[in-house]
Design a protein around this ligand. Sequence first.
Ligand SMILES: CC/C=C\C/C=C\C/C=C\CC/C=C/CC(=O)SCCNC(=O)CCNC(=O)[C@H](O)C(C)(C)COP(=O)(O)OP(=O)(O)OC[C@H]1O[C@@H](n2cnc3c(N)ncnc32)[C@H](O)[C@@H]1OP(=O)(O)O
Length: 304
Amino acid sequence: MALTAVIRVPSRALLRPWARLRDAALGWIEPAGGGGVEVSAQRFASQKVLVEPDPAAGVAVMKFKNPPVNSLSLELLTELVISLEKLENDKTVRGVVLTSDCPGIFSAGLDLTEMCGRNPAHYAEYWKAVQEMWLRLYLSNLVLVAAINGASPAGGCLIALTCDYRVMADNPKYCIGLNETLLGIVAPFWFKDNLVNTIGHRASERALQLGLLFPPTEALQVGMVDKVVPKDQVQSTALSVLAQWMAIPDHARQLTKNMMRKPTADRLLKQRDADIQNFVSFISRDSIQKSLQMYLEKLKQKKG
Ligand SMILES: CC/C=C\C/C=C\C/C=C\CC/C=C/CC(=O)SCCNC(=O)CCNC(=O)[C@H](O)C(C)(C)COP(=O)(O)OP(=O)(O)OC[C@H]1O[C@@H](n2cnc3c(N)ncnc32)[C@H](O)[C@@H]1OP(=O)(O)O
C-alpha cells in the first residue's frame, strides 16, 4: 500500500526494544542508510489482534489471535495497545467488543515465558507493557464490552475487568478469576483494585487469597460477569449491550467513567517506575522462578 505520511520519531526511541516492536507492528520502516530519525507510516497490519470495524454501527470487534491460548506476549500486548489507540482516534467508532479468535480460550493471561528465565531488563520492559495495556483499557473513552468466549484466568480476567460490561459463554469448563496465588505469585495492587471495584472487598479478598477460578454461573453470582448466555450468542449479546450503552451521550458517559476510574488508575500512574522495580525484584527471586517453572511444567505434563 502507498505510504500515507512521514513521521518524525526521536532516534532514541528507535533504540528501545518497546519502540522498535511498536514501530514494526505499525509498519514504520527506518529508511535505508540509517540516520534513523525519519520513518514512513504504512497501513497498520496487525497479526495478533484482528479488528473488524462496523462504521455504520459505530462499533468494532477486536479479536485476540495468539494461538494456542492467547497468552499475553509482549507482541500481543503491543498490538492490542496500538489497535486500541487507533480505534480511540477513529471518530466513526464509539464502542468495541473485546473477544477471542482462539476456540475455548478468551486469554490464558500473562505469558509465563515472558516472566521465566529472562533478564531484569526484559522483565521491566514486559511489565511496562502490561501496565500500559491496563491503563489504556481501564481509562478508555470507548464503551468496552468483553465477550468472554472461553477460559479467562489471571491477565485474561484482568482484561475483562477493565471493560464496562462482561458477557460470558455458558460453559462450565470456562473459568474466570485472578488465580495468581495458585502459581505462587501475587496479584499486583492494581489488579486487586480493579477486582475490588467490580465485586467488592470481601468477595475479592476470598477470591484473591484462594486464587478462585469461577465457572460462569458462579462468576455471575459474585458479579465478576454481568450476563451469561449460550456460547453462540456471546458476541451478538455483547453487541446489543454495546448499543444500549452507546445510547447515552458520549461526553456525559465518558466524564462519569473517568470520575469513577481515575482515582484507581492514578494510584498506578503515581508509582509506575516503583511498580516496575517491585515486579522485577519479585519475579527475579529464585523461589518465584522455581514456582513458575514448575507451574509451566505441570501445564505441559497435563497433555502427556
Ligand atoms: C510482596 C510482593 C508484592 C507484589 C508483587 C509484585 C508484582 C507482582 C508479581 C507478579 C504478578 C504477575 C501476574 C501474573 C498474572 C498472570 O496472568 S500469570 C498467568 C496465569 N495463567 C494461568 O494460570 C493459565 C494457565 N493456563 C491454563 O490454565 C490452560 O492453558 C488454559 C485453561 C488456558 C487452556 O487449557 P488447554 O486448552 O488445555 O491448553 P494447555 O494447557 O494444553 O496449553 C497449551 C499450551 O499453552 C501453554 N500455556 C498455557 N498458558 C500459558 C501462559 N499463561 N503463558 C504461556 N504459555 C501458556 C501451555 O504450556 C501449552 O504449551 P505446550 O503446547 O505444551 O508447549
